[in-house]
Design a protein around this ligand. Sequence first.
Ligand code: PEP
Ligand code: MN
Length: 360
Amino acid sequence: MKNNSKLRSWLDDLNLDHPLVIAGPCSAETESQVLQIAHDLKNSDVSIFRAGIWKPRTRPGNFEGVGSIGLKWLQKVKKETGLLITTEVANANHVKIALDHDVDVLWIGARSTVSPFIVQEIADALQNTDKIVLLKNPVNPDLSLWYGGIERLYSANIKKLGVIHRGFSTYSKTKFRNNPEWQIPIELQNKFPDLPLICDPSHICGRRDIIEETSQKALDLNFDGLMIETHNDPDNAWSDASQQITPKTLIKLMKDLVIRKESVHERSFIKELENLRIKIDDADSQILDILGIRMKVSDEIGKIKKKQNVAILQSERWKNILKKMISDGKQRGLSEDFILKIFKAIHQESINHQEKILKN
Ligand code: PEP
Ligand code: MN
């Protein structure tokens, strides 16, 4: 991507001495709800007021947004508070209506980014716009799909671009609603260093108690801003109730976050270090996974040895394993001494497992 240093300019133009904050409810529900939240956020670090008016829901039959009437409420927010306004657009018709209502920032949701057809349709509708456009990551952890979205928007001559990291869907349950997979936004940041990168801890966490630590993590990783769902009565919100926080909590959270201001030199050093540490953490967890798998296989072997009444230790096989590991290890730059230590420990753990099985 050429000329991408321009992409940053909209963020620089905001002249902030702190990370960008976008806040407001998941969904616009009523005019008074929208205005109340906006007024509560007016004299804070929040620059952009968000509210979804067309709500993509996973299952039909839930509240699916108030529709374009909500844009009139957002216009009122802008007039009464001076905040910039943003909403999600998911097709060309949404784009047209949002532009007609002079919405300052349009964001593309995670369920849209997965579809090149939809992203292209939105990019075409936005062609040459001077509005700010923010692209969320796709729901699935596919970096090239995210790149593809950026490239489509950039090719439509949209100059004020940014991206939002909102985590990735997983089938297995984690403490997050959408797993952050920090390595992915960091890789994107390395590829497009001038593209403003915003974290949406609300959709990553899905629960309000871990939003602050997740926001801090994002700032530590040099994200440029945060988008946090904020509601006057979170428990009774019409969508995403468990992850929204009150304006008061948001203002406290913004005060408590530690913002590290590094020099450009330190910034790139820290970025690189963090990036490598994430890789190390990832590798360590893979080592543990694989050791777990190995011990399970070893248990299975223990069970069949017990059935057949075979001795645990078969020294010929063990000698062969070691020889192969030492030679394979060398090819990976691992010393003989290290391989011996590590495989002796693994072997001992296997023996302990199998002994337990034989005794039972
Ligand atoms: C939202 O921001 O309310 C939203 C629907 O987000 P996402 O596209 O990240 O699910
Ligand atoms: Mn939401």
